[in-house]
Design a protein around this ligand. Structure first.
Ligand SMILES: Cc1ncc(COP(=O)(O)O)c(C=O)c1O
Length: 489
């Protein structure tokens, strides 16, 4: 006899079932973490062709039938959870594995992941204070703390949002509203000359995306060349500003990358700040990855000048060990945080211009928003900033060690001395004509073997293997093994 709709719902919300499911799932996750941290821990990336993966996870949700081993119609929901979570973890890119040297996503701190789970469970949205009172308070404290670490001053403030890309759009919308010279929010983009912003040619694509979304077109992003270390040539700023103005653009600001994605290079922020001050331009810093160096006693000076920015974005899911996503958009003058969005929505917000300081929806693109403050707040409360100092300093130290290791081996080349925990290098075996194709082929072979997960990038038309040393326990020996693996591959 099939369950009545009421039984079905009651069983799905049964607290005892939840307790049992949760205990088993947590035990499985703890095993996964333990395995990941060991040296003989299997694959960091259990590679399967996309079409094979699609086939593996094929399921008929009406009948409960599945292509996955061990899942079949008629199983209890708890049994389904057990088997699915096992397969999900088996197929996971193992960020807790020291061979994870790929993209800039943190191996999440277990405590922070637990908090994220609790945030998901309470589902206290953050559009308005009433839907997430505690989350709002924690968010305001965390944002204040982050602004303080960067030296943005006592009037600073901001908001948490879902990722660096959205955060960049948010900051640039505020810049546009503040510097366009007319009320763009009300009158639209046609109230004056087409805006533009100056940025290093190494900047993350999110700046380009934000500019295009705002309707400034390709010419709205003016790319300033970089020096040998992939840092913005700030000596060229006057020339590029003049050229843009001659082309009829109204330049609103300069974006400094701190650091860039491909090589982890820090644009010189002091000259950028001086230039912005001299020309009444908005200074924005993309600190998605590198703002965390502010927490390193050893490396904080790489961010010199960041405190003079009008806005900064900072991803906590990169160098603050948080599960994705959680990004701060910080403003030197907190009032700009509401400047990007000024919306009438009587069912949710107060009248335009009267958004209460505690209703954070007025500051973000999002309406319902995950309570992303809890994990970061709890991490800070539990471990203090010393944890971040230890992590950031260690990973940047390791990048310098890795560069030295590479330089000591004649069949390898380093793109540039690392400035953060990102290292780009190439394998140069004798007798290989197409070195670019070689790097790509080697990387693919490494991934399919599974012991390491490096990524790749193009620099000045040449292909490089790229590593972000995100794992707190990747060692110099692991990196020597990676080089051996490159040779074997
Ligand atoms: C410098 C920089 N800015 C922005 C982003 C985009 O951040 P997110 O992936 O959180 O959208 C990245 C991502 O790697 C980045 O490296």
């Amino acid at each position: 006899m099939s369950a009545t709709p009421d039984h079905l719902l009651r069983a799905a919300f049964d607290p005892d079932t939840f307790r049992g499911d949760g205990e088993r799932l947590l035990a499985r996750l703890a095993d996964h973490l333990e395995r990941g941290l060991q040296a003989d821990n299997g694959a960091v990336l259990p590679w399967r062709e996309p079409s094979r993966m699609l086939e593996r996870w094929r399921a008929d949700f009406e009948t409960g039938a599945s292509a996955l081993p061990g899942v079949h119609a008629g199983m209890s929901p708890s049994a389904v959870l057990d088997v699915l979570s096992m397969h999900m973890l088996d197929d996971a890119t193992q960020l807790h594995h020291p061979g994870f040297v790929g993209h800039q996503v943190a191996p999440p701190l277990p405590l922070a992941a637990l908090c994220d789970f609790a945030a998901a469970f309470t589902n206290n949205g953050m559009a308005v204070y009433e839907m997430g009172q505690q989350g709002t308070a924690m968010e305001l404290h965390v944002v204040d703390w982050m602004a303080k670490q960067l030296g943005l001053g006592s009037a600073a403030g901001g908001v948490l949002t879902s990722g660096g890309t959205l955060a960049t759009l948010t900051a640039l919308l505020a810049m546009r509203q503040a510097r366009a010279g007319w009320d763009v929010w009300t009158d639209g983009s046609i109230g004056g000359p087409p805006p533009a912003v100056l940025v290093s040619e190494q900047a993350h694509y999110c700046a380009d995306r934000a500019v295009r979304i705002m309707g400034w077109g390709e010419g709205g992003l003016i790319r300033v060349p970089v020096d040998d270390e992939y840092r913005m040539r700030t000596d060229l700023l006057p020339e590029y500003l003049a050229r843009a103005q001659q082309a009829g653009r109204r330049v609103l600001g300069v974006i400094g990358s701190a650091c860039s994605t491909a090589t982890g290079s820090f644009d010189p922020l002091v000259p950028i700040a001086d230039f912005c001050a001299a020309h009444d331009l908005w200074m924005h810093v993309d600190g998605a990855h590198g703002a965390a160096l502010a927490l390193s006693g050893k490396y904080a000076d790489r961010l010199a000048g960041i405190g003079r920015a009008d806005s900064v974005i900072w991803d906590a899911h990169k160098m603050l060990l948080q599960p994705a996503l959680v990004t701060a958009v910080l403003f030197k003058d907190a009032r700009h945080s509401a400047g990007a969005f000024a919306q009438d929505a009587s069912y949710l917000l107060g009248p335009r211009g009267e958004a209460a300081w505690y209703d954070l929806a007025g500051r973000t693109f999002e309406c319902t928003k995950r309570m992303m403050s809890f994990k970061l707040y709890a991490t800070l409360a539990a471990y203090g900033p010393a944890l971040f100092d230890a992590y950031v300093t260690r990973t940047v130290d390791l990048a310098h060690d890795f560069a030295a290791l590479l330089r000591a081996q004649p069949d390898f080349e380093v793109a540039v001395e690392p400035q953060a925990n990102i290292v780009c290098f190439r394998h140069l075996p004798a007798g290989v004509a197409d070195l670019d194709a070689h790097q790509a082929a080697v990387r693919m072979r490494i991934i399919t073997r599974g012991l390491f997960y490096p990524v790749q990038t193009m620099l000045r038309g040449t292909r490089w293997l790229r590593t972000s040393l995100m794992h707190p326990f990747t060692s110099r020996d692991d990196l020597q093994r990676l080089l051996d693996e490159v040779r074997t591959a």
